[in-house]
Design a protein around this ligand. Structure first.
Ligand SMILES: Nc1ncnc2c1ncn2[C@@H]1O[C@H](COP(=O)(O)OP(=O)(O)OP(=O)(O)O)[C@@H](O)[C@H]1O
Length: 295
């Protein structure tokens, strides 16, 4: 067996600055992260902090404003089949069956394989995600959860170097979400594709990952902390939830997120009313949501 690459992904001081009508806005600043080959990492942080921005830069779908990104020893720019992506909604072509949707990518990436081999690849991944009996149905005939299974099969079938998941279970009910977390882990157990996944869900992050990467609030978000998840694999949800360490890890994550939800001094409004105006408001107006100039 080959030795896993200790630096499968290296993100070195990534910046993302958008041009906005109010001027340049730096959403992500000096974001550093290294992932080992076969590692499963999740990215967690408050809404709007820049998680998807980081993921889209890694996917090559959004340019880096500054910094370097090395994937498997090579500078990566632009999207490519070495990175499989699963979005919240799988964007399947409605006039093609689940099988044909998966075959679309397989045909492009494995064009040197025989037609029979390509068909087997698509069938294999669709079977593992539980769609052996439904693979010839069209997206309109599938539930939301089944469509997302197709999206996951499609990403794995390309056997990319990295898998990038942007809240893939965000639109699913909790039972379907649990089922698909197990499906994802089963596929990952078989392939050990290096994975970076964005989630809002603390329990999902702990159950799935080797490491949880916590982002500070934006603007200028960066890595705030990284939590190692010590549970053995394969993982059993019930056993993990009965483990006292689970609650310590959960507490650590929730505390980080709560601390980061405080408003930064720099985000306070720059306008401060004069003492006269403050006195007027205090007598007749609503409670002041900001400190006064005299304070
Ligand atoms: N093209 C763009 N131009 C300007 N600002 C943008 C652009 N895309 C994203 N942003 C801003 O960047 C910030 C981060 O967005 P992003 O979607 O990365 O956050 P997120 O952490 O993934 O949020 P959520 O958890 O709600 O999905 C937001 O303030 C967003 O408004």
């Amino acid at each position: 067996m080959s030795v896993p690459n200790p630096k499968m992904l290296e993100l070195d001081r990534l910046w993302k600055t958008y041009d906005t009508p109010k001027g340049p806005a730096t959403i992500v600043k000096d974001f550093n992260l290294k992932l080992k080959e076969g590692e499963f990492a999740t990215l967690i942080g408050h809404s709007g902090c820049g998680k998807s921005t980081v993921l889209m830069m890694v996917a090559g779908l959004s340019d880096l404003s500054k910094g370097n990104m090395i994937l498997a020893g090579r500078e990566a720019s632009g999207p490519g089949p070495d990175r499989g992506i699963v979005f919240q909604s799988p964007c399947l072509l409605p006039w093609m069956s689940a099988f044909e949707n998966v075959m679309l990518g397989v045909n492009q990436v494995y064009f040197t394989a025989s037609r029979q081999e390509r068909r087997q690849m698509a069938e294999y991944y669709l079977s593992i995600v539980g769609l052996a009996d439904a693979m010839h149905k069209f997206p309109g005939e599938l539930s939301q959860g089944m469509r997302q299974r197709v999206g996951i099969a499609r990403a794995f079938a390309l056997q990319p170097k990295m898998l990038l998941l942007d809240e893939p279970f965000g639109m699913l009910d909790s039972l379907t979400r649990y089922e698909l977390q197990e499906v994802l882990l089963e596929l990952w157990r078989r392939n050990r594709i290096t994975t970076l996944m964005v989630t809002h869900d603390v329990d999902e992050a702990i159950f799935l990952s080797d490491r949880v990467v916590m982002m500070t609030d934006g603007p200028e978000a960066e890595v705030g902390d990284i939590l190692n998840i010590p549970f053995e694999r394969p993982r059993n949800r019930k056993e993990i939830m009965e483990d006292p360490r689970y609650y310590e890890l959960r507490e650590h994550l929730i505390t980080f997120l709560n601390d980061r939800s405080h408003i930064r001094p720099s985000r306070e409004p720059s306008f401060k009313p004069s003492p006269d105006m403050a006195a007027e408001l205090a007598t007749h107006g609503p409670a002041l949501p900001f400190p006064t100039a005299a304070a």
